[in-house]
Design a protein around this ligand. Structure first.
Ligand code: MG
Ligand code: MG
Length: 259
């Protein structure tokens, strides 16, 4: 069942989302540079989010051993922060989930370390444009499959790899609620294709690869990598469906969505 949030609950979600947005802008963005280890970034995320009263949702989630997911280059999602040191040219996706006052926010952003090559920039740009296409349709009366299809259309038009194995999701008191939000129109929509309504909140999160969209999981049990070694980008926002249209809940204060 899809949980409909009241206006008051949306404001609580916005407060949780704001911690996520601020963590990205104030903590992660300045730290993502050559010479920083992904563990240092993870610890800074932990310290800041906790200081703001946020509970980090990924820690111990099905046993996940860190506070954030940091996925570098060929890593798609669920990268475990550790001793890997960032270097010039890396494309780094950082995923952060926080709960505050009973409600969750979830957002991944991709960062460029120094000068990223043209392939990496193209993948990142496509991922952001596909996310924008999905966000634009988070409006009452839109079929979920139309939102998902808009994401898919951007990625297919660019001829890049669409990761089908992992999907976006409803979000609220729990990080993962119904409905699933795939980045393509798959067969599940034959059975269940809800119309979006005011008060639904979705985490929209395309993953785009430079080559094949196929992925595999490393032996650490978590890190998902491209099957062909191609580079990947993951971009996600938590978005409320409101009467006035899409409302992105995981921006930092004063930050605007201009993609
Ligand atoms: Mg996420
Ligand atoms: Mg998510």
């Amino acid at each position: 069942m899809i949980q409909i949030k009241s206006p008051r609950e949306i404001e609580l979600m916005a407060a949780a989302g704001e911690i996520v947005g601020r963590t990205h802008v104030e903590i992660v963005a300045p730290l993502v540079r050559a010479g920083t280890s992904t563990r240092e970034i993870d610890q800074a995320i932990r310290d800041f989010a906790r200081g703001e009263g946020g509970e980090l949702l990924f820690l111990n989630y099905h046993g996940f051993p860190a506070h954030s997911c940091i996925s570098v280059n060929e890593e798609v999602v669920h990268g475990i922060p550790g001793s890997r040191v960032l270097k010039d040219g890396d494309l780094v996706s950082v995923d952060i989930g926080v709960r505050k006052d009973g409600f969750c926010g979830d957002s991944a952003r991709t960062y460029e370390v120094g000068e990223v090559n043209e392939v990496g920039r193209k993948v990142f740009d496509c991922c952001m444009r596909s996310l924008a296409a999905g966000i634009a349709l988070a409006k009452p009366g839109v079929r979920l499959s139309d939102l998902c299809g808009a994401i898919e259309a951007v990625i297919r038009a660019d001829g890049l790899g669409l990761v089908e194995k992992y999907v976006g999701h409803g979000i609220g008191r729990e990080m993962h609620e119904e409905p699933q939000v795939p980045n393509f129109v798959g067969p599940t929509f034959d059975r269940f294709d809800p119309e979006l309504r005011t008060g639904m909140v979705l985490a929209i999160e395309p993953m785009v690869n430079s080559g094949s969209g196929d992925v595999k999981t490393l032996r650490d049990g978590w890190t998902v990598v491209t099957i062909d070694g191609g580079v990947s980008s993951h971009c996600e926002h938590t978005v409320a469906v409101t009467e006035a249209g899409p409302r992105i809940l995981t921006l930092a204060p004063g930050e605007t969505w201009a993609y």
